[in-house]
Design a protein around this ligand. Structure first.
Ligand code: NDP
Length: 338
């Protein structure tokens, strides 16, 4: 199995929460990075984000990832690809706005790599634990039950969506369809590179990407709960520190034995109240002060991460307290938390 230990890596979604950390760790590991972004403004922001990026990070514009051949130019001359770009939004006019870019982006980059990426040895596609496990609506999900990478969220795969569908289920469908389409593409077309899919759970932690007046992705979800806090301890999910997710992307690129596999990146179960407690204890003004400890009643089905330790025995996930405290500092610095 080919691993990628040097050279240039194409990173999509580099303007996002996870992608920005992936770029940072790639540079720290000595890689050059080409980022695919939607416009020069994003590209230039990232190129100049840290002094050590000078001469190591460059950008190429890919304005529409759904277009045939969108990545044809971007894959030329790169040694590996990390494809994180996919919509992480939960409001839309039409579910295709989410499913289309997720699926066509993932298959499109593989097609481009096979045609024009003559140096590409490995492609990594960021999937999600929602591609393993149906959260919130799966009647079979029971407290104490665990799933691993052998499981596929076939429920979300088979759902037919329309404008009245739950955005959360649409997101699940988009992610599992995109991952399945990528795996099928490689099986059917047998390119010279191999494929690894990375399946993180809810990412939290500090952020280094550009943010606007609203936070997107899972950061936006957390801040969204400040207005209508969940203090029951029952709204739960699996979580992981964004820095661990990004590091696992870079490690998976470099590890020969992991070629062709799915790798979950996850570190246990959280309730929103757990985060409020950590933020409040650290002196921030989060909701849920009167319900401190209610998160401890949480119960859910979990995704296990035994593969991380099989392939990366020395890997250490951040504990929730550290992740949330570091995130709190950045949320405060950018005006999202008092
Ligand atoms: P962000 O919303 O912070 O970043 C998403 C990235 O994808 C941005 O760079 C964005 O570009 C790009 N993108 C979104 N839609 C499109 C599109 N239609 N065309 C081109 N680029 C697009 O999300 P995250 O960083 O959190 O997520 C990154 C990946 O990780 C996604 O694949 C997501 O599904 C997956 N993931 C995320 C988890 C999480 O908890 N955050 C958990 C599990 C998986 P732009 O800046 O131009 O909008």
């Amino acid at each position: 199995m080919p691993s990628v230990t040097s050279g240039t890596i194409l990173v999509t979604g580099a303007s996002g929460f996870i992608g920005a950390w992936v770029v940072k760790y790639l540079v720290e590991q000595g890689f050059s990075v080409q980022i695919a972004v939607r416009n020069d403004r994003q590209g230039e922001f990232i190129e100049n984000r840290f002094p050590e990026y000078k001469g190591k990070v460059s950008h190429i514009n890919v304005p529409d990832i759904e277009k045939d051949g969108a990545y044809d130019e971007a894959v030329k001359g790169v040694d590996g690809i990390i494809h994180t770009a996919s919509p992480v939004v939960f409001s839309w006019e039409d579910p295709e706005e989410i499913i289309g870019p997720a699926v066509r982006g993932a298959t499109g980059i593989l097609k481009s790599a096979q045609k024009f990426g003559t140096n590409v040895k490995r492609v990594l596609v960021t999937s999600s634990t929602v591609s393993i496990l149906a959260y919130d609506y799966d009647g079979s999900a029971k407290p104490g039950l665990t799933f691993d990478e052998t499981s596929w969220n076939t429920l979300a795969l088979e759902l037919k969506h329309d404008k009245s569908s739950s955005p959360w289920l649409v997101y699940q469908t988009a992610k599992v369809k995109a991952e399945k389409a990528a795996v099928d593409y490689v099986e059917q077309n047998k390119p010279a590179f191999d494929l690894v899919t990375l399946l993180p759970s809810y990412n939290f932690g500090p952020f280094i990407h550009q943010t606007g007046q609203e936070l997107g992705s899972t950061l936006g979800m957390l801040v969204g709960t400040f207005a209508t806090p969940d203090t029951t301890g029952k709204l739960t999910g699996d979580w992981v520190d964004v820095r661990d997710t990004a590091k696992l992307h870079v490690l998976a690129l470099q590890n020969a034995a992991i070629g062709g596999q799915r790798l979950a990146a996850t570190n246990g179960i959280f309730a929103w109240q757990d985060m409020y407690d950590i933020l409040n204890d650290a002196g921030y003004d989060a909701p849920g002060k009167e319900t401190k400890g209610a998160g401890k009643t949480k119960q859910n089905t979990a995704v296990v991460n035994t593969k991380t330790f099989k392939y990366f025995p020395d890997f250490k996930y951040h504990p929730l307290e550290e992740t949330v405290r570091d995130m709190g500092a950045e949320l405060k610095a950018r005006g999202f938390l008092n």
